[in-house]
Design a protein around this ligand. Structure first.
Ligand code: MTE
Ligand code: MO
Length: 380
């Protein structure tokens, strides 16, 4: 008997696979230059300015892989010799420097957290992929300061990177106050997901400041400068700022704590429909619940929420994953074929809700907390 008689599929045209409905549907942002430019061009433009987005599919699992983790810098990735590397700490009780071995010999801590570029999801970035989650290990800033006899006169700190900006020839730098760093329980990371930091991630040492936007997570950290006044470098003063209307006046404010957000990242086939998955993060209190809409906001439904304790609780104390994301999923039963607009809304324990629209009294670069609308075409 011929093959085609026993196996009816052998007779089918090669394009038959396209007739079957896909197992996963693409979620397209409704807004942003990203969408306007189209996928490929957008990626090209982003690479040019040295921004690489995280693949959305990795945003509904507990950790983002090192390969594909989002990236945002000034294109310069210095090559640091681990033998001659020194971390300088100045402006503290007893200024000193540390070799890598000395940093490794200090008590090591672990944190799992959302790292998010302040500009993630703004008008340029409708796809909102400048964000990821990893496990970082190293001595805490508090431990390093203790090894310097304490902060001494310092009330603020500037963190200097070893990546020189052309012409200016100064490295990247960003500053935070001691209370902010203490509240965040900042870490000096030597490892990412259990491996030494890769070069694009800041080898051999980077700042990790849980809960604060990642312009402060200075890579290739070379110098911690204790100061008695706020650091007013260009990134603090101008680059990562918003304008906020307060008492009738527009004032400039610096990017700090990550706002309450959520996003649907995947739409996968399941029995009887599709599963929408995504994640919720940010805000000053734990995420309590997430609602999903599949009709552009007319009706909202409760999603199933998986708090970080569900997947990290066995291995780590709760304070290690305080700023980790929660994953949610929602069973979308037999939607009608055609175009739908989906979105998600996070609610925090204290009653805070993710805004539907951007607050009109806030303009600018960071805290793009509004609902991230996605359109999806459901096949027949
Ligand atoms: N030294 C140095 N650190 C830096 C930057 C930089 O350009 N140079 N960019 C900052 C910004 S704006 C972001 S969003 C994060 C991105 O970290 P990643 O590239 O590891 O994802 O690094 C921060 N740390
Ligand atoms: Mo950033």
């Amino acid at each position: 008997m011929s093959d085609s008689a026993t196996n009816p599929d052998a007779l089918a045209p090669r394009s038959v696979a396209l007739v079957h409905p896909p197992e996963e549907l693409t979620l397209e942002p409704l807004e942003g230059l990203a969408r306007w430019l189209g996928r490929t061009l957008h990626r090209f433009v982003f690479r040019f300015v040295s921004m690489v987005e995280q693949p959305l599919a990795t945003m509904s699992g507990p950790l983002s892989p090192v390969e594909g983790y989002f990236r945002r810098d000034r294109h310069r990735h210095p090559r640091v010799d681990p033998q001659t590397y020194r971390l300088e700490v100045s402006g503290v009780a007893s200024p000193r420097s540390f070799t890598l071995d000395e940093l490794r010999a200090l008590p090591q801590e672990e944190r799992v957290l959302v790292m998010e570029c302040a500009g993630n999801g703004n008008h340029l970035m409708g796809s909102a992929g400048l964000v990821g989650q990893a496990r970082w290990t190293g001595p805490s800033l508090a431990t390093v300061l203790e090894a310097c006899g304490g902060p001494g006169p310092a009330t603020h700190f500037a963190f200097h990177g070893l990546d020189p900006i052309p012409v200016v020839r100064r490295g990247y730098h960003y500053g935070l106050s001691l209370p902010e760093l203490t509240q965040a329980r900042a870490l000096l990371a030597l490892e990412m997901n259990g491996e030494p930091l890769p070069r694009p991630r800041g080898f051999p040492l980077r700042m990790v400041v849980p809960g604060i936007y990642s312009m402060s997570h200075v890579k290739w950290l070379g110098h911690i400068e204790g100061k008695t006044a706020p650091h007013m470098g260009i990134h603090n003063r101008l680059v990562f700022t918003n304008k906020e209307r307060r008492n009738g006046r527009w004032v400039r404010v610096q990017a700090r704590w990550i706002g309450l957000k959520s996003m649907v990242t995947r739409c996968q086939r399941i029995d009887g429909g599709w599963r929408l998955t995504g994640w919720a993060w940010g805000g000053s209190e734990p995420i309590d619940r997430v609602e999903i809409t599949t009709d552009g906001g007319k009706t909202w439904h409760q999603a199933q929420l998986h708090a970080p304790g569900e997947y990290f609780g066995e291995d780590m104390p709760p304070e290690s994953f305080e700023h980790a994301w929660s994953v949610f999923d929602f069973r979308w039963r037999n939607p009608a074929p055609g175009r739908h607009v989906v979105g998600s809304r996070a609610h925090a324990r204290g009653g805070a809700v993710q805004a539907l629209e951007q607050d009109p009294s806030v303009k600018g670069h960071f805290n793009q907390t509004r609902v991230k609308w996605r359109r999806v075409d459901v096949p027949e």
